[in-house]
Design a protein around this ligand. Sequence first.
Ligand SMILES: [Zn+2]
Length: 377
Amino acid sequence: MRALAVEKVDGQARLAALHTGHGIVETPVFMPVGTQGAVKAVLQRDLSEMGAQMLLANAYHLFLRPGDGLIREMGGIQRFAGWDGAVLTDSGGYQIFSLGVLRKIEEEGVTFQSHIDGSKHFLTPERIVEVQENLGADVCMCLDECVAYPSSHAYTGASAERTTRWARRCGAAKKTPSLLFAVVQGGMYADLRRRCAEGLLEIGFDGYALGGFSVGEPKEVMWEMVDEVIGLLPPEKPRYLMGVGFPEDIVEGVRKGVDMFDCVIPTRHARNGSLFTRAGRINIKHARYATDAGPIDASCGCYACSRFSRSYLRHLFMARELSSYYLNTVHNLFFYMGFLRRIRASIAEGRFEEFYKTFMSEWKGGETYDGSSICDG
Ligand SMILES: [Zn+2]
């Protein structure tokens, strides 16, 4: 059986069901980021209640602490974390290349220093697959190198070729029925992106991710690269745009045929008091909310909106109460889950283009992502 069952295509937008070892994930999907096996400030119970079907965890972080062997011993990430749904683990390539104090890339693998205690580690493509299998991920990612922006054509090309060779080794190392996705790299060079995609397609994977974005490049360059690659990808395989993004990016990605998204934006913004509403984003710390008796968003059915005023939520934020992080995160993730439900419904009903146009004309929450770390570690 194929992992992805495409149910409806509307333009390039796709409504599909991704079959995983822990249930069916309806796509397009947004995966909340739970780097350490925990989505910051909320509980798995909240995530289930708001309809999250798949979480993202990070192999690099869990390998360093508490260790993939320990999590395997404790029954895998789902049992360890008390989460019934699906889990995708990022290989940690991005973290190794951005957080690692010291790193050395060789054909065999990558040497890096832990950002936690400075200890030295060596990871091969084979070992990173084993780490993710020990964690019990439903979807594993191949080890890839995420190049800095900007990087030369020569370096980016050599790196993308190495990423392709690493992906082949990851495929050969796989021992469990979990799905394995490869990551298309190639920086901001169309020819390199195409060549990398073609190399990976020749090997064959369960799904294809577009990686190496949100590294400081202009957004239109990212979309150019997505356009270059997505037409090459087979329609029966899931496509995952890593680390993106804002609601306007998600709706744009869906329009281009992307099925899966993850990003720290809803959770990190929540902790900074930046809350998503249908009318755009508000910052709860603003003085104008001090005596505002209304909810964050009158159309939102989350716990924060059904019980508390902007005035109270502002007070919690200003007083740095822990419940501020909780309530803000519950609201932002609820908003994202509802947003993806609305996108899926519009595809199911064949009116995605209308949804896209209405959303883009009304949405005032636009902001260029600053390219800082996409890891919520
Ligand atoms: Zn709400």
